[in-house]
Write a protein that binds this ligand. Structure first.
Ligand SMILES: Cc1cc2nc3c(=O)[nH]c(=O)nc-3n(C[C@H](O)[C@H](O)[C@H](O)COP(=O)(O)OP(=O)(O)OC[C@H]3O[C@@H](n4cnc5c(N)ncnc54)[C@H](O)[C@@H]3O)c2cc1C
Ligand SMILES: *[C@@H]1O[C@H](CO)[C@@H](O)[C@H](O)[C@H]1NC(C)=O
Ligand SMILES: *[C@@H]1O[C@H](CO)[C@@H](O)[C@H](O)[C@H]1NC(C)=O
Ligand SMILES: *[C@@H]1O[C@H](CO)[C@@H](O)[C@H](O)[C@H]1NC(C)=O
Length: 351
């Protein structure tokens, strides 16, 4: 028996923790290093600010394997629904699109979605789908995820790294890069193709809202996402390269107006004053020109020991929806890299 491989995962957002959990469940000895953790509120920590709903992203950004990742993740979330305290809830979603997208036609989507007949569409909407989905109370879900990791013996370390090499501890074999928007400025990483896409939301108390609604026109998506605890997240905006962490009043008003139009039941047909507002929030989606970066790099630490690096960042607006799938892919890349390394060692020993 070879001894357990040691892994440092950098980042404690939904991507870092999910990757850590999959590696741990497959026999690796895992530590998470991160500056921000579940429970923290910071503009540089995206996961707590997400709506969030599992919803395929029909027209945004280069997708690569995103639809495969979303499919795997849906199944994983579905199997977690029965567990208490995950922050997950199943719900029906009405997904309206002012322009019909092309991608929805893949086979899996066909069996999954019901296309709404034209008479059921609001004015101005060309195409609509309805399906059963899962909404995710982001802050609660990542707390639950982290707990699964720590009760199984996972180690955590609160630290801000200024360079990736600071994670190359002597006994570490593998480092996973799940730094989200941090990958833009992270020393040794500095991926200039990563950029923020600002999202502003309003969280209200509306336990009578049980269905989710989305309406998309180009880069403007209005959404209503009910959570299991009676809170409902209203959104949204997609503002590229806007780093303003303060909620903008005009944007708030626009969100509320768009959401009331989409779902009059929000205020039970009374005025906007009937809304019970809990908070105004801003998050920065970790966008990347070529989509998610899932890639292996081989490096050496200061003692000349080989270290496998696996990148897993740039999840834009689908970090939750694609989490289990993309983190499973990261795990598979790592396993393949180890097999490859062992093959090379064996070869070298014979030459
Ligand atoms: C308004 C809004 C709505 C959204 N809605 C949805 C939705 O409905 N569905 C969906 O799937 N997604 C949604 N998203 C997107 C989703 O939130 C992100 O894709 C996801 O949270 C990204 O997670 P992450 O783990 O990559 O990054 P983060 O959560 O930002 O985590 C990054 C981690 O890396 C750490 N880190 C970074 N740099 C360093 C460093 N130098 N040293 C130490 N630690 C470091 C941070 O401290 C943090 O722990 C939404 C986002 C927003 C803003
Ligand atoms: C977020 O990160 C940027 C870049 O590293 C930094 O300049 C800024 O101060 C951080 N903001 C907060 C609130 O921590
Ligand atoms: C990491 O790399 C930087 C830049 O090359 C270097 O200055 C620093 O000493 C290195 N730190 C460690 C811990 O190796
Ligand atoms: C993180 O990503 C960058 C590339 O953007 C890479 O150069 C760096 O080595 C990565 N660090 C880790 C720890 O994976």
């Amino acid at each position: 028996m070879s001894k357990k491989k040691k892994v440092n995962v950098i980042g404690a957002g939904v991507i870092g923790i999910t990757t850590a959990l999959i590696l741990q469940r497959n026999g690796y000895q895992v530590q998470i290093l991160a500056e921000h953790w579940p429970g923290d509120s910071n503009i540089n920590y995206t996961s707590p600010w997400a709506g969030a709903a599992w919803r395929p992203h029909f027209y945004l950004y280069p997708k690569k394997n995103v639809d495969k990742f979303e499919r795997i993740s849906f199944k994983a979330f579905w199997s977690l629904l029965q567990i208490p305290d995950t922050g997950l809830m199943s719900t029906t979603i009405y997904d309206y699109m002012d322009k019909k997208p092309v991608v929805y036609r893949s086979d899996w989507f066909k069996e999954f979605f019901r296309v709404l007949p034209p008479y059921k569409l609001p004015p101005g909407v060309e195409f609509g789908l309805s399906y059963t989905t899962i909404t995710i109370n982001g802050p609660k879900y990542i707390r639950w995820l982290l707990k699964q990791f720590t009760i199984a013996g996972g180690k955590i370390k609160k630290v801000r790294l200024s360079h990736i090499n600071e994670s190359f501890d002597d006994d570490v074999d593998i480092v996973v890069n799940c730094t989200g928007i941090g990958a833009r400025t992270f020393g040794g990483v500095q991926d200039s193709t990563v950029f923020p896409t600002r999202g502003q939301t309003v969280t209200v108390w509306a336990p009578h809202i049980k269905t989710s609604c989305f309406r998309s026109k180009f880069n403007c998506i209005t959404y209503i996402i009910p959570r299991e605890d009676g809170e409902v997240v209203l959104g949204g905006t997609y503002e590229e390269n806007n780093l303003n962490e303060k909620p903008n009043l005009k944007t708030t008003e626009s969100i509320i107006q768009r959401c009331r139009e989409l779902c009059p039941e929000l205020t039970s047909s009374k005025g906007a004053h009937a809304l019970k507002i809990l908070s105004y929030e801003v998050g920065l989606r970790p966008s990347r020109i070529d989509g998610i970066r899932l890639e292996i790099e081989e490096k050496k630490n200061s003692k000349g020991k080989d270290i496998i690096i696996c990148h897993n960042y740039g999840h834009h607006s689908y970090g939750y929806s694609s989490s289990w799938g993309s983190c499973l892919e990261a795990f598979e890349l790592i396993e393949a890299a180890i097999t490859n390394e062992r093959g090379n060692e064996k070869l070298n020993s014979k030459l």
